[in-house]
Design a protein around this ligand. Structure first.
Ligand SMILES: [Zn+2]
Ligand SMILES: [Zn+2]
Length: 203
């Protein structure tokens, strides 16, 4: 969707639902479509994702963020927020449509079964495929490329990978905390989800 048109749509909807004193802006986020900044009374949309989205997805994102503004920062995605969202015409879903276009990161991962995912940052730790196993599993390790090329993953990654494979050889598969990549979130940064110390993740 054209950014100027998206901006006008946001302004109209914000005014309609009582946010005349809130400002609107675009940001550069790649993994969330919108953001409601209560401290600054500002709603922003990701410029790169807005360009990819159709009118319906942009409208849904704007209404999602307006509902956050109206419900207040303490409500997150709870029932109060959802009721507000539905009242103003949003779906009340937490995520954008999984079919909505997304921006791929330069890091591409493939598991032994051929499932793929991408990331924007270099994976700091070995990960296994969440579609093959919900828990970290050494038999479903993901192999990474950067812009299509196999590159060094770094000393820490290599050390951890050696330790994991050594443990796997010695014993049954270790039980480790799962890190999931929730690519559909509208306004949470998946990269910020903490993992337990020492635990590889799942992508
Ligand atoms: Zn897999
Ligand atoms: Zn939200």
């Amino acid at each position: 969707m054209d950014l100027a048109l998206a901006s006008r749509t946001a302004r109209q909807l914000m005014d309609r639902y009582g946010l005349e004193h809130w400002s609107f802006a675009f940001d550069d986020a790649l993994r969330r479509a919108g953001l409601c900044d209560h401290a600054r009374s500002r709603i922003s949309l990701s410029a790169p994702l807005t360009r990819l989205y159709g009118q319906a997805e942009v409208r849904e994102t704007i209404l999602h963020e307006i509902a956050h503004a109206l419900a207040g920062p303490r409500h997150g995605h709870d029932a109060t927020w959802r009721a507000t969202a539905v009242r103003i015409g949003s779906s009340g879903r937490r995520c954008v449509d999984p079919q909505a276009p997304a921006i791929d990161g330069p890091w591409a991962g493939t598991c032994p079964a051929g499932h793929t995912s991408t990331r924007f940052r270099r994976p700091a730790r070995p990960m296994s495929c969440s579609r093959c196993s919900r828990r970290f599993s050494v038999t479903h390790l993901i192999a990474w490329t950067y812009h299509g090329r196999v590159v060094p993953m770094g000393a820490r990654y290599d050390t951890e990978l050696r330790e994991i494979t050594a443990v796997a050889r010695r014993a049954a598969a270790p039980t480790l905390v799962v890190e999931t990549l929730d690519l559909g979130l509208l306004d949470l940064e998946p990269e910020a989800v903490p993992t337990a110390a020492g635990a590889p993740g799942v992508a």
